[in-house]
Design a binder for this molecule. Sequence first.
Ligand SMILES: CC(C)(COP(=O)(O)OP(=O)(O)OC[C@H]1O[C@@H](n2cnc3c(N)ncnc32)[C@H](O)[C@@H]1OP(=O)(O)O)[C@@H](O)C(=O)NCCC(=O)NCCS
Length: 182
Amino acid sequence: MIAQSSVKVAAAERPPGYPVELELKLDGLAVRPVVPQDAGRLAGEFAAADAETLRMRFFVPAPHLTSHDFERLTTVDYLRRLAITAWDDDQPVAIARYEPAGETTAEVAFVVKPAYRNRGIGRRLIEILARSAANAGYEELSALYLAENTAAAAALAAAGFTRHAADGSIVEVRRDLRPPRP
Ligand SMILES: CC(C)(COP(=O)(O)OP(=O)(O)OC[C@H]1O[C@@H](n2cnc3c(N)ncnc32)[C@H](O)[C@@H]1OP(=O)(O)O)[C@@H](O)C(=O)NCCC(=O)NCCS
């Protein structure tokens, strides 16, 4: 049985390396890093999500994730791998993450619940991830999305990503994290 989580993570339940400074307020929402106790909740959100949201996030019509996948997605080291969640009271409404995609590149992915879209939540979660990734030593962020995904294209462009490559139906965008040269 996987423990159910909520927006509050008691100090005694924080995993090693949990970045307390990423417990933030975003408009009326509470943002915090993911914790392993979120696995069951994430599985529930995945099961309840609409098919189009899942296809846009995972690029296949009916993605199948196992309990092991949800454990992996919620167990991070907060440096090379990081995920942050946004909550409206006790309801999770968004999750954004990065994973290593090379020595100096991290790949981001994000989902915002439909009722919360188009208010800058996705863009600002990516901004938080970008700061953390730079602090962790990454030099670049990448992101992949389906070519038809105009929302992801717009949100990532607003977050400073530019087109890097396109392979069939998948577009790759990137954002440099290094400070500009003087
Ligand atoms: C992609 C996604 C995360 C964007 O989240 P969001 O919180 O709605 O995005 P934001 O509100 O931060 O949008 C940022 C910018 O993109 C624009 N934008 C967002 N959705 C848009 C849409 N459908 N059409 C046009 N522009 C859009 C916003 O207007 C905003 O522009 P601004 O900063 O100039 O005002 C969300 O649509 C989603 O969860 N989609 C399903 C999963 C997915 O596609 N993930 C991406 C692949 S990993």
